[in-house]
Design a protein around this ligand. Structure first.
Ligand code: KET
Length: 397
């Protein structure tokens, strides 16, 4: 019965975790998956999370089903973070928001919704992008195309090419954008470039779908949401998927959200109802623990402040690892430019290493990176950064 089934060889990012775990070498280094480890190489439990979890456990709480779209406090928290607490779109009640199973779940619910109501829409993702963007939209039934983005020559954006490309797309095409900390390249448009891009997107009547998984890891919470707020301020209908996996170090709790900024309150009511229906027939309602943790932190001013400081501490530690890596490599290979490490933002560095070089790092040094040359800088620490820099230098010389 199953002989015709094709084998799924595993995911290029998640598959690395299994390989890394199975590697017996004690000096191995995990720079694959986009996960933040602290300077001791451990997955942190944020202080704000500890406080709330202690509270929630004493006494243990009953676990009813949550509403299909999640907790009210959770949904509001997503909206406030993305748009700013007092945004007119929120006052006008025209933002539909549902809790989702991580950022991935938000993308899938959004993709299913768009496919049901706009089945002819074409979807465009950046070249390159997070591989699962393509899988998720393809899984929802779309043909997924790419738009020009990364310029390896300049370690920048093919900005003119991108603008020209957007100009010729059909109205109603969905453009998947990374508002900050582009994955995998770490290269984001400047604010003025965002202004230009969003003007074109608006004029051409394209639909921006903003996927924000690293809010707070680029600049600060508000600055990282610049592109989202700009698109909304231009009056566009905007889809936004957000994830708390990285910013709360709650990867396994599957905490994310999908928001759709609509034109009117009535539209938002319709959209909210259909998002709930999409959820009901897929998995019914979200898990409650992560939802309560997020909602409690975001709706308590002092925990909210503490959380932001904890995110900024992660951001700053990643930045210092970038500087250290760049410094050691520049010293080892002075005629090569390693400034890209500090130019790129967020968790990742797109190193330009070839698959063969990435493979050498893995087999000879036990250093695990994604085959496309993406390195998760958040896996570096004082104990391994020199080792990684030296290994890279050896591969590059
Ligand atoms: N969007 C982006 C851009 C992203 O990098 C990730 C995860 C997600 C969404 C998914 O978030 P989640 O809340 O976990 O569903 N990226 C890392 C992990 C992964 O591949 O699943 C990564 O790129 O390594």
């Amino acid at each position: 019965m199953f002989q015709h089934i094709e084998f799924y060889p595993g995911d290029p990012i998640l598959g690395l975790m299994d390989k890394y775990k199975a590697d017996p070498r004690s000096h191995k280094v995990n720079l694959g998956v986009g996960v933040y480890y602290d300077d001791d190489g451990n997955l942190p439990v944020l202080e704000c999370v500890k406080t709330v979890e202690t509270r929630l456990a004493n006494p243990p709480q009953p676990r009813p089903y949550l509403p299909m779209d999640g907790l009210e406090g959770y949904r509001k928290a997503c909206q406030h973070l993305l748009l700013g607490r007092d945004h007119p779109a929120l006052q006008q009640n025209r933002v539909a928001t549902v809790a989702s199973l991580g950022g991935s779940g938000a993308l899938r619910v959004g993709a299913d919704f768009i496919h049901q109501w706009f089945p002819k829409a074409k979807v465009y993702v950046s070249d390159p992008t997070w591989g699962n963007h393509i899988s998720i939209f393809a899984g929802a039934g779309f043909e997924v195309h790419t738009y020009p983005y990364y310029d390896a020559e300049t370690i920048g954006i093919k900005f003119d090419e991108l603008k020209t490309f957007l100009q010729q797309l059909d109205a109603g095409s969905v453009i998947l954008l990374h508002p900050c900390c582009h994955n995998p390249t770490g290269i984001d448009p400047t604010h003025s470039q965002w202004d230009e891009l969003l003007d074109i997107i608006k004029t051409r009547q394209l639909i921006p779908f903003m996927d924000i998984a690293y809010q707070g890891f680029g600049d600060d919470m508000d600055t990282d949401a610049y592109a989202i707020r700009r698109a909304v301020d231009l009056g566009m209908t905007v889809f936004i998927s957000n994830s708390f996996s990285k910013s709360l170090s709650l990867y396994g709790e599957r905490v994310g959200g999908l928001s759709v900024v609509c034109q009117t309150e009535e539209e938002a009511r319709l959209v909210q109802s259909q998002l709930k229906f999409t959820i009901r027939r897929m998995y019914s309602n979200p898990p409650s623990h992560g939802g309560h943790v997020v909602s409690n932190i975001m709706n308590d001013e002092s925990l909210f402040q503490q959380w932001q400081q904890e995110v900024y501490a992660m951001r700053d530690r990643i930045r210092s690892m970038r500087q250290q890596l760049q410094a050691v490599l520049s010293e080892k290979i002075p005629d090569r430019d390693f400034s890209y490490f500090t130019k790129q933002r967020g968790m990742f560095s797109f190193t330009g290493l070839t698959p063969a070089q990435v493979n050498r790092l893995q087999t000879e040094f036990g250093i695990y990176m994604v085959e496309n040359g993406r390195m998760c800088i958040a896996g570096l620490n004082q104990g391994n950064v020199d080792y990684v820099a030296n290994a890279m230098a050896e591969i590059l010389q």
